[in-house]
Ligand binder design. Structure first.
Ligand SMILES: *Cc1c(COP(=O)(O)O)cnc(C)c1O
Length: 376
């Protein structure tokens, strides 16, 4: 029995780039610029070139990035922010933390992302912003969302923690995920597609005024040292993480290609099973496969999950409970969202990362097939 398959293989990846990463980290140690300094500056510049966005403001993590983005919008307590109910908790948590009201919307059953109609349903006079999430590595269809938001004076923040490197094709020229809305945010949590060796995050914008404000908020609301114009917070990407990210950024497109190659192999092996729906690709976005997420029909998801776990194949349910049913958000529980409910029952993510080997992929897909042929 194989037991070396992991959801994310950070060790193999480190060993592959060890020489470069060790040199980069040692440079930070030698420079003693532990906060800020050249490593952070270089990384922000390189990422801004890669994304073709005017401003990249690094910060401490992806949750802070969302919080700081919202803080820059001058919203008032009670203002409503529409957010998908099928996402990681951070997207909605920061809204509640700032005294704003998270209004949860449904998602599309095929793309897992909220489309314009999902946001539209929840528009009220109190709506001030919306937060589309590019879930599992594929962009939400942003063009219609942006047009509608601009007509209704709504700010749009893209939560791009899961789709860094994806291209969106809704406009004449392709745009990178995270650079389409007024503000984009990302996370460099180690298991993300561009992962640090600790926490990290960043905020993206093409708006010079918003960029200035975001920079200030992330740095104690400070415009000049020891002069504070607004209440901010302390959120920094540390230099060692920036050094690691600077190396990995060079290989991000290669990581995306390798993830897509794994996905294609999964597709071919699993597409003919009746009880499974393989993830579909949207025409308007590339997929960078932060997750490879199957839909398992006829109530067999949990049984398949246990079967795979018994065979030492890691698997995860992203996400098991709609956000409005979490105790933390119970007060916002206004309506059942049918697609979110169904996805929470059906989704199962299997390992996907650039280091996954052919024999591991075969062992995983054979085990899934075996379950449906012999066990269930
Ligand atoms: C990971 C993630 C975040 C939070 O990022 P952290 O760096 O862990 O704070 C936010 N939103 C989504 C969709 C995520 O996947």
């Amino acid at each position: 029995m194989r037991n070396d398959i992991q959801m994310v293989d950070l060790r193999s990846q480190y060993l592959r780039y060890k020489t470069e990463i060790d040199i980069a980290v040692q440079e930070v140690m030698d420079s003693c610029y532990f906060i800020g300094g050249p490593a952070v500056k270089n990384f922000a510049q390189n990422l801004s070139n890669y994304l073709d966005v005017a401003h990249v403001i690094p910060c401490a993590n992806g949750t802070d990035a969302l919080q700081i983005a919202l803080m820059a919008l001058d919203l008032k307590p009670g203002d409503e922010v529409i957010v998908p109910a099928f996402t990681y908790v951070a997207t909605a948590e920061v809204i509640g933390l700032l005294g704003l009201v998270p209004v949860m919307c449904d998602v599309d059953p095929i793309s897992f992302n909220s489309s314009l109609s999902d946001f539209k349903t929840h528009l009220s006079p109190k709506t001030k912003a919306i937060v589309p999430v590019h879930l599992f590595g594929q962009c939400a269809d942003m063009k219609d969302i942006m047009e509608w938001a601009n007509e209704n004076d709504l700010y749009v923040i893209e939560d791009n923690a899961q789709a860094i490197g994806a291209n969106y094709f809704g406009y004449d020229a392709p745009k990178k995920a995270g650079t389409i809305a007024h503000i984009g945010t990302s996370s460099f949590y180690p298991s993300k597609n561009l992962g640090a060796y600790g926490d990290g995050g960043a905020i993206f914008t093409n708006d010079d005024d918003l960029a200035k404000k975001i920079q200030m908020i992330a740095n104690h609301g400070q415009s000049k040292r020891y002069y504070h114009d607004m209440i901010g917070c302390n959120s920094r990407l540390d230099a060692i993480q920036a050094a690691v990210l600077n190396v990995k950024l060079k290989y991000l497109d290669e990581f995306c290609d390798l993830r897509r190659a794994v996905a294609t192999q999964y597709d071919h092996a699993l597409e003919n099973l009746n009880e499974i729906e393989i993830p579909k690709r949207s025409s308007y976005s590339t997929h960078v496969f932060h997750q490879y997420t199957l839909k398992i029909k006829h109530g067999k998801r949990d049984q398949l999950a246990s079967y795979l776990s018994e065979k030492n194949i890691p698997n995860s349910i992203f996400y098991p409970l709609p956000l409005y049913k979490q105790n933390a958000f119970a007060e916002h529980f206004k309506h059942i969202l049918p697609v979110t409910e169904q996805l929470c029952q059906e989704v199962l993510s299997i390992p996907i990362h650039p280091e996954l080997k052919e024999d591991q992929i075969a062992y995983i897909t054979d085990s899934v097939k075996e379950f449906f042929l012999n066990v269930s």
